[in-house]
Ligand binder design. Structure first.
Ligand SMILES: [Ca+2]
Ligand SMILES: [Ca+2]
Ligand SMILES: [Ca+2]
Length: 227
């Protein structure tokens, strides 16, 4: 094997490994996405529901009726008794939830807008919540907003570890199953802080690398010619 043939073999192997890298860069998920997080489709495409949920005025609209707490806990992947515990031991009776499985990178942030409307009075502490896999957090309840009160806000959650998570939103009656309360949810989004190179810029960088290798080969051939 001449020096020149050896160089060509090395070059071919290098380009093959570069092509392999490009394939990996293109195959890697660059950004997590929520399906129909705006609900502007007018329906709940992309979401699974348990209980009473629909889309009204471009927002998910949940009512605290239709499913037991054990049913919703199973649906969302919460531990048994999690909803009674979340409500400070005030019995969560019946309610509703929606959920979607999402893939995220470490550092991604989930954000959403919500409105809790309490159509009940103390001590009937109806409440609303969101969940990220088995973690459940209260959004608001009757005791916070006062009798027949309401509260709206934007909430967020940042993922420490990449993976697939089930996100959920729900609203429940407490103590009895009368005077249903509501939770509206809108603009469910994942924003990414991690910088993932765009496939097009990766190809640009690799193209420059290939050009340099090609130039080196020509110089090498010219030197061999001179000999
Ligand atoms: Ca909307
Ligand atoms: Ca209960
Ligand atoms: Ca109620």
């Amino acid at each position: 094997m001449s020096i020149n043939t050896s160089f060509r073999s090395t070059l071919t192997a290098s380009i093959a490994s570069l092509v392999g890298l490009v394939s990996i860069a293109i195959a890697a998920p660059s950004q997590a996405a929520i399906i129909n997080g705006s609900f502007d489709s007018g329906n709940l495409t992309g979401w699974e529901t348990n209980g009473s949920a629909s889309v009204q005025n471009g927002e998910a609209f949940l009512t605290s009726t239709g499913a037991s707490d054990s049913s919703i806990e199973g649906f969302l992947g919460l531990t048994t008794g999690a909803l009674d515990a979340l409500n400070g031991g005030t019995n969560a009776t019946v309610g509703s939830a929606i959920k979607q499985a999402i893939q995220v990178n470490a550092g991604d942030t989930l954000s959403f807008d919500w409105l809790f409307k309490a159509n009940d009075y103390a001590p009937f502490n109806d409440f609303s919540f969101f969940s990220v896999s088995s973690l459940v957090s209260k959004l608001s309840d009757v005791l916070e907003v006062a009798d027949y009160g309401q509260k709206s806000a934007q909430s967020s959650y940042t993922f420490q570890t990449a993976g697939t998570y089930t996100i959920g939103f729900g609203v429940f009656n407490a103590i009895d199953s009368g005077l249903n309360s509501n939770l509206s949810v809108d603009n469910v989004k994942i924003s990414s802080t991690a910088s993932v190179p765009e496939p097009s810029s990766m190809i640009g960088i690799l193209a420059i690398g290939a050009f340099s290798a090609s130039s080196a080969l020509k110089r090498k051939q010219a030197m061999n010619g001179n000999n």
